[in-house]
Design a protein around this ligand. Structure first.
Ligand code: DC
Length: 227
């Protein structure tokens, strides 16, 4: 059955989080950042000394750890066993390792279930990730896939990191993004790919505001009076 869900998928740095958050605010919907879930699991595993390549051990973490994702105005607060992990999950060391959890089929099944359970609690959801339109919400009413030139994505990442006081070179960031893209695109489960019915938006030369407006226009055109 078609549900009031907007999915926004795309590669790292395409602007998904900011766009999804603004869109959710404009539409009175709840925003789901699924990358934060993969990141929180990875950070918890690292802190507990769990081998990231051991799927069984990763799954056990779900049984022994409490994950909370709370909205605090514009900020998504992430708590792991009550400890604030909001900043920690964005650190480069976590970004670099998140691919291990993301390529484990059993871990993905578990997180997909959590994402679907989450969405069922709310009448309207804007969700972002890599597999939201393809795997998690195949019946979503509206699907978008954001893309952007890799250098532009590296520049955006550099700006984000600078806000947390981290200085990283553009070439290094471009290489990291390309490596993560390859891993996201080539995994066998939930790979990064547009759903056949997704609208693809190239955000390279668009502001966040312009992307949000583009999506709202598309929804307006296709909506059956729902908005
Ligand atoms: O969007 P992000 O950078 O926070 O995502 C971090 C990683 O999590 C990304 O490299 C791949 C993984 N991920 C995923 O596999 N599926 C999702 N739905 C969301 C994120």
């Amino acid at each position: 059955m078609e549900s009031w869900v907007i999915t926004i998928d795309g590669p790292a740095g395409a602007g998904k989080s900011t766009v999804a958050r603004m869109l959710a605010e404009r539409l009175g919907a709840v925003f789901l950042d699924t990358g934060a879930m993969y990141r929180a699991l990875t950070a918890a595993a690292m802190d507990k000394g769990v081998n990231l390549e051991d799927a069984e051990a990763l799954l056990k973490i779900f049984e022994t750890t409490r994950f909370q994702f709370e909205h605090d105005g514009q900020v998504l607060r992430v708590l792991v066993d009550g400890k604030d992990y909001t900043q920690r999950i964005r650190l480069p060391e976590v970004t670099e390792k998140v691919r291990y959890a993301a390529c484990q089929p059993a871990v993905r099944r578990r997180l997909v279930q959590m994402q679907q359970d989450f969405a069922r609690q709310f009448p309207k959801v804007v969700t972002e990730g890599r597999d939201q339109g393809t795997v998690v919400f195949p019946n979503a009413r509206w699907k978008f896939f954001l893309e952007a030139d890799v250098m532009e994505r590296a520049r955006r990442r550099q700006k984000d990191l600078a806000q947390s006081g981290l200085v990283v070179g553009l070439d290094e960031l471009r290489e990291q993004i390309e490596s993560r893209d390859a891993s996201d695109r080539n995994r066998t489960v939930g790979p990064l790919t547009p759903a056949p019915d997704a609208v693809v938006v190239d955000t390279t030369s668009l502001t966040v505001q312009q992307v949000v407006e583009t999506i709202l226009r598309t929804i307006g055109k296709n909506a059956d009076g729902g908005i």
